[in-house]
Design a protein around this ligand. Structure first.
Ligand SMILES: [Fe+2]
Length: 302
């Protein structure tokens, strides 16, 4: 089985016009298509047609996340893996959404819908791939390079980790454990990013945040300048995570979905040992500089 990366997140938003301004003009994603109540976006450094779908809904939160696989027959293998784990499986036919090929969908024990796809229409990166400039002239707002990862909340972190590691051949990069050794956070990667998908202990089915990649600490600082300039509700000014060592800001879209700009971080390999954080160091693991838990971190979920 060959999963390439997390490729797409579909986010429910309360007001599509406001969300378009946030993800398009502020974050700098490019809108590649739209349908009634739905808009499709990509980062300037992404090849595929879209990595973010905004869906107007009466509740904010996650619609689904999707992983891109390398080979067509990977979909059938994933289907049998989901069945072996006793998860529901459904096929989504090609063309159900703009630019997308066939997908396999399942629901995790944490209540999140995830999909796997092999084909998506190709658009290409904004700077082209012959003698490219390092960034495009028309980079807008924060100008994030790409969608990077999601953090979700759920109750059965052991179960969901087993599915990703044993079923889908992901690797756990880092974890946070309580005194009894139970998982409070599980960071999982299939690329050598610090995380493609991560889970923290909390209510099932909730979105904690969607992370967008920027290249440097200066980009994180500039993102925070723009957050203030555009009155974007901000939870965390530029800082570092202990977990993953990532450089970060946390802020919210107009519907209350948390976003993150994320730079740096570790580049784990599959033969790395898992990095363990203990519960007594949880605040430092998440907010490495402040070393105190920000109350909204655990409660502002969509
Ligand atoms: Fe993150």
């Amino acid at each position: 089985m060959s999963i390439l990366r997390i490729g797409k997140v579909a986010i429910n938003v309360l007001d599509l016009a406001e969300a378009r301004r946030h993800y398009g003009e502020f974050l700098g994603l490019a809108e590649t298509a739209s349908a009634p109540g739905t808009a499709y976006f990509k980062g300037w450094d992404e090849y595929d047609h879209h990595s973010v779908i905004l869906k107007e809904n009466d509740r904010a939160g996650l619609d689904h996340v999707a992983f891109k696989v390398r080979f067509p027959d990977d979909l059938a293998r994933i289907e049998s893996t989901c069945e072996r784990f006793g998860f529901p499986v459904q096929r989504v036919s090609a063309g159900s959404r703009i630019g997308e090929g066939e997908a396999v969908a399942t629901t995790l024990p944490t209540g999140h819908r995830i999909e796997f796809y092999q084909q998506m229409e190709r658009v290409g990166i904004a700077v082209g791939n012959t003698n490219p400039e390092p960034w495009p002239d028309d980079r807008r707002g924060v100008g994030v390079n790409r969608f990077d990862h999601v953090l979700l909340t759920g109750e059965d972190l052991e179960g969901v980790t087993r599915f990703f590691v044993e079923g889908l051949d992901f690797h756990q990069s880092e974890r946070l454990i309580n005194k009894e050794g139970g998982l409070l956070a599980s960071f999982l990667h299939v690329t050598n990013k610090a995380h493609d998908i991560a889970f923290i202990k909390g209510p099932n089915g909730k979105l904690h945040h969607v992370g967008f990649y920027v290249e440097t600490w200066d980009d994180v600082l500039r993102a925070a300048d723009l957050q203030s300039r555009h009155r974007v509700r901000t939870e965390l000014t530029p800082s570092r995570h202990g977990l993953t060592r990532g450089l970060t800001t946390y802020f919210f879209d107009p519907s209350g979905n948390r976003n993150e700009t994320y730079a740096g971080g570790t580049f784990p390999h599959y033969d790395n040992d898992v990095v363990t954080w203990t519960e007594d160091e949880a605040a430092r693991a998440i907010f490495f500089h402040g070393r105190e838990m920000i109350p909204s971190f655990g409660s502002a979920l969509t």
